[in-house]
Design a protein around this ligand. Sequence first.
Ligand SMILES: Nc1ncnc2c1ncn2[C@@H]1O[C@H](COP(=O)(O)OP(=O)(O)OP(=O)(O)O)[C@@H](O)[C@H]1O
Ligand SMILES: [Mg+2]
Length: 322
Amino acid sequence: MNEYMIDIKNLHKTFGDVHALQGVTLQVKRGEIYGFIGKNGAGKSTTMNIMAGLSRPDSGSCIVNGHAINTIKHPGQLSIGYLPEAPAFFGWMTARESLKYLKSNGKNHKSVKAAEKGSGQEMTDIDEMLSWVGLADVADRRVGGFSRGMKQRLGLCQILMHEPELLILDEPSSALDPEGRSDILRLILELNQMGKTIIFSTHILSDVERICHTVGMIADGRMIVEKPLAEMLRQDITPVFELELGSAIDAATLAELQRDANVQKVDQISETLLSITVNDEYSGSRSIISWLAFHTIQLRSLKLRHINLEELFIQEVNGGRS
Ligand SMILES: Nc1ncnc2c1ncn2[C@@H]1O[C@H](COP(=O)(O)OP(=O)(O)OP(=O)(O)O)[C@@H](O)[C@H]1O
Ligand SMILES: [Mg+2]
């Protein structure tokens, strides 16, 4: 069995004179949650459309769930669930009818109504699904009046109808308020625990930090870094302690801290505020605490600051480490 659910190499795609993808390489491991991040226009949706079998690349290879994308006759062969940025529904159907319609593989609306009356089992599955995504109360409301958040939730139900192993979600949470985003992230985690592999795109980096195993950052149609989240956050990080002191200290006392072998740099932000860059957090904190104790300096607060994905993203996009 292939370790990768998605294996993309050197993908190129142009639209007229826009070179949207300029050699994207990306690998999503079976069973993981992959966060695909990049600014507006970076090429996320273009890449995801190709993964979903909806658009062909100009060159490069793309293998999804064991199928080379260029050889498939129909996207249905991939057995994936693809949620576009703005999922579309028949506005005149209710949420429940929409899912019924899909389950009946697009038979006409009348047959959906008939099926609804006849089959209790299907009805339960659909109701369970609607309540799982928090739409139980609006199950009989027309989808035309749904907010974007409600449509995203219904879209999630829609793509799960045929039990795909791989979910490709294009900005499932970006348009939602913090509560709605948390809900969607929780649903993604639950789906992953059920064994599904998930790739989702976003420009909200804290969402990625909360649930992803691997992060891929794309800029100007190129993958600039792809790494396990933990590794990404660990690498090249110099810890910084922020100290608020009870009173001002003299230069000689400060210089003493500066001379400590575990301390790289002391920045005095104000009379009582220090920012101390250390070699590593354990020896650094020991040095700071003994310095405070030795000089009986009163401490108001001590905080260890970690770099977050946002700072890292800005560094990568502007400087490009690798
Ligand atoms: N159908 C199209 N016709 C012309 N240009 C397109 C088309 N689709 C995408 N592009 C261009 O390709 C580039 C990448 O767009 P894409 O939609 O993939 O970005 P994105 O990362 O999904 O951005 P966003 O965060 O805004 O959704 C952009 O310059 C965009 O204008
Ligand atoms: Mg997009």
